[in-house]
Ligand binder design. Structure first.
Ligand code: BYC
Length: 316
């Protein structure tokens, strides 16, 4: 019976029919999605922290408003994604518990510090740029609620990418000191950004099955290559240089070759030993604990309203 259901399920996937919450699905498909979507949601809300650090120090009102809007968008993305993950049978509280206990992962990129204003430019340009590369194909992922959430997320990410690139453009066309800030931010964010796509394909345990189920449409290395290819031209417009001496156009492949990623650094960051892992997790746990009274008040208010409606219905 199970085998027949699995065959029908794969058939639907192959025909590009979306899987919806009430449809039968293999347990491993549900678990893989829950893992990926919840990690993605956690990344969005942890991703608010490095940029939130600069809201009060934005150089002018226009920059402040744009940065504030971007960080708010990320909270929204977290909410759509937690809602999509909840349709797979795990409550939001359970997901938060996994984040706060260190059991759940979130993107490695958010464990690096934001040292200067130029980092707001580099994050928007590179980190959101990498996120778009990874997430546009997720608009066609096989699970309906995830695919639909990603459509809006991607529209907003594209505003974020432009916001960042415009900061980089302004700095790189500014004074020598401003240009140096932009170059320094590129130097520090380049390698962590290309690590975001995950381990190489030959070291990516989840990829084969996720590609078969069309959760992932492109492999980690394919997306990383696309990102490097488009980013080189954007860097030339900025008049900056990518910190990789092995970066060069390969005529035969029709792609840029690039240097070897420091995977030891990546796995250390993912394991919790990056420069800001402890600080990021503490900020999330503190926010959860300090927000307890808001959750309690909201629950008490909802209960009061429900009781009032019930009494009114009974009286009528
Ligand atoms: N950081 O078999 P693999 C954003 C883990 S953008 C930490 O290739 P998979 C934002 C992976 O989870 C960032 N861990 O896995 C942007 C797995 O461990 P587990 C979020 C990573 O899932 C701007 C193990 O390594 N985007 O939100 O097939 C502002 C082996 O990897 C990372 C998403 O989450 C990493 N970089 O592929 C604000 C997009 N890479 O779980 C916010 C959706 C890998 O087996 N996610 N690992 O213990 C995906 O597309 C995929 O999950 C990945 C990894 C490509 C990231």
């Amino acid at each position: 019976m199970e085998i027949k259901l699995e065959a029908l399920f794969q058939d639907k996937i192959d025909q590009e029919i979306k899987i919806e919450p009430r449809d039968w699905m293999p347990e491993k498909y549900r678990k893989t999605l829950l893992r990926q979507i919840s990690q993605h949601a956690h990344s969005e809300i942890v991703g608010m922290l490095p940029e939130g650090n600069w809201i009060t120090r934005a150089p002018n009102l226009r920059r402040k408003v744009a940065l504030l809007a971007k960080v708010q968008d990320e909270a929204g993305h977290g909410l759509y994604l937690y809602s999509a993950a909840e349709t797979l049978g795990m409550s939001r509280d359970e997901m938060f518990e996994e984040l706060h206990s260190g059991k759940a992962k979130y993107s490695s990129i958010f464990n690096y510090p934001t040292l200067t204003w130029a980092d707001m430019g580099a994050i928007g340009w590179l980190v959101d740029g990498a996120a778009i590369m990874n997430q546009v194909p997720l608009c066609r992922t096989s699970y309906g609620p995830y695919a639909r959430a990603m459509v809006r997320v991607c529209k907003e990410e594209s505003f974020h990418q432009r916001q960042g690139y415009e900061i980089m453009l302004t700095l790189s066309k500014g004074t020598e000191a401003q240009k140096a800030l932009a170059q320094d931010a590129l130097n520090r964010w380049w390698w962590p950004s290309i690590m975001m796509f995950g381990p190489n394909d030959d070291n990516s345990p989840n990829s084969a099955q996720s590609m078969k189920w069309k959760i992932k449409r492109f492999s980690n290395d394919e997306l990383r290559q696309k990102f490097v290819d488009v980013t080189v031209a954007q860097t030339e417009i900025l008049g900056l240089s990518i910190p990789d001496k092995d970066l060069k156009w390969n005529e035969e492949r029709g792609h840029y070759d690039f240097g070897v990623i420091d995977w030891e650094e990546f796995f250390q960051v993912v394991a919790g030993n990056g420069p800001c892992n402890k600080q990021r997790l503490k900020a999330r746990v503190d926010a959860w604990e300090n927000g307890a009274w808001v959750r309690e008040a909201a629950t008490a208010y909802a209960e009061k309203r429900e009781l009032r409606t019930k009494n009114q219905t009974e009286a009528a």
